[in-house]
Design a protein around this ligand. Structure first.
Ligand SMILES: Cc1ncc(COP(=O)(O)O)c(C=O)c1O
Length: 383
């Protein structure tokens, strides 16, 4: 089986496992305990927080560890929305149409149950949120803007620095979901100019079930998980020490090895994009050609059932993914396919191929050998 779905998740780096292991059974203390067991656990968390802060170029007390990227998004959006409304009465939240459900569904919830008003920002044909779109939509009643750093489905990278600048000039908080971006792009919060930034470890060779939220000092935020005073009283619950240690080690390695990882995956990705567009009739790239994640190739094939294609690929030994909204029954094109303006007969036939540090030239060659035949087969079987 050849794994080409690194944007879904990545295997945990053995070096990360090594860093985590002592904190399961040997140094198992509760970081809130006063005694030495607690001190050892607390020191591990402090050190992890410092590592993350040094990579993000922020202060350690601006990092809140969470249970996943989704929780980071929830804390950022709900926490800031409630806090800003309480302070200023602002109720509008702006977000891109193509955000991950961790953002879109959270905002729909805020709209349905909490009286917030959501303005969905349109994207261009590449799935990019333009600074102009933000400028047009932002206004006096805007509480918060959320635009993802890089898109999970189509890999497009947004102009975060410019969007952050627009928000700052209007004195509006800006959150970015960097869950996909962090594996390959720098996450320097000063250079990006963001107030809130979400991360999840399992996208960069860390464990599943741990994330982090950067919260710029002074950003108003209401805790969403209440209880003990952990994480500066912004996220209650005994910290998951081994996973937090794993998060920091995975991010440290990602930061250190970024260049070599990019150098490894980018030519392979380019080979996939070029070959697919050349050899498969009625195929197109989705997302931006240049402003895209270096490990990310995504396509739409006309008159192909994307889920059927995934099943055929799986049977042939390749793990990829698509963007259609349901696994069985009557699939619909994803929000992202609709937002970039693809007609239904294209939008249903999406394919995402994402590479990683273990992907080899041979993997890519064998994938490219079988894909054209499988697309043709899927097309014939698609009614
Ligand atoms: C852009 C983006 N945001 C948020 C998430 C959710 O992250 P997690 O799985 O850690 O909750 C994902 C996961 O695929 C993602 O791609």
């Amino acid at each position: 089986m050849i794994y080409l779905d690194y944007s879904a998740t990545t295997p945990v780096d053995p070096r990360v496992v090594d860093a985590m292991t002592p904190y399961f059974s040997d140094s198992f203390g509760n970081p809130s305990s006063v005694h030495r067991y607690g001190q050892v656990a607390e020191a591990a968390i402090d050190s992890a927080r410092e590592t993350v802060a040094s990579i993000l170029h922020c202060r350690p007390d601006e990092i809140i560890f969470t249970s996943c990227g989704s929780e980071s998004d929830n804390l950022a959006l709900r926490g800031a929305a409630y806090a800003v409304r309480a302070k200023t009465g602002a109720k509008w939240i702006l977000a891109a149409r193509v955000e991950h459900p961790a953002v879109t569904r959270t905002l729909l919830h805020l709209e349905k149950y909490d009286g917030f008003l959501i303005k969905w920002l349109d994207v261009d044909e590449y799935g990019m949120v333009t600074p102009e779109a933000v400028s047009r939509a932002i206004g006096d009643g805007t509480a918060l803007v959320s635009v993802m750093y890089a898109n999970n489905e189509i890999g497009t990278i947004n102009p975060i620095e410019e969007i952050a600048g627009i928000c700052r000039a209007k004195d509006v908080l800006f959150h970015t979901d960097a869950v996909q971006a962090a594996a390959y792009l720098p996450v320097d919060v000063q250079a990006l100019g963001v107030d809130l930034l979400s991360l999840g470890a399992h996208k960069f060779y860390g464990p599943k079930g741990v994330g982090a939220l950067y919260v710029r000092k002074g950003t108003p935020l209401v805790a969403q998980l209440t209880g003990g005073g952990q994480e500066f009283s912004l996220r209650a619950g005994t910290q998951n020490v081994p996973y937090i240690v794993g998060f920091a080690e995975a991010l440290r390695l990602t930061n250190k090895e970024r260049e070599q990882r990019v150098t490894h995956v980018k030519p392979l990705r380019d080979q996939i994009i070029e070959t697919v567009l050349e050899t498969i009739p009625d195929s197109r790239l989705t997302g931006h050609l240049e402003a895209r994640l270096p490990q990310h190739a995504s396509f739409a094939f006309k008159d192909v059932d994307g889920n059927l294609l995934l099943t055929l690929l799986d049977a042939a030994g390749f793990a990829c993914s698509s963007g259609s909204a349901c696994k069985t029954g009557n699939p619909e094109p994803s929000e992202v396919m609709n937002a970039i303006g693809l007609a239904r007969e294209w939008g249903l036939g999406s394919l995402r191929v994402t590479l990683g540090i273990h992907t080899t030239t041979m993997d890519v060659d064998s994938f490219l050998n079988v894909l054209p035949g499988l697309v043709e087969k899927a097309r014939k079987l698609t009614v």
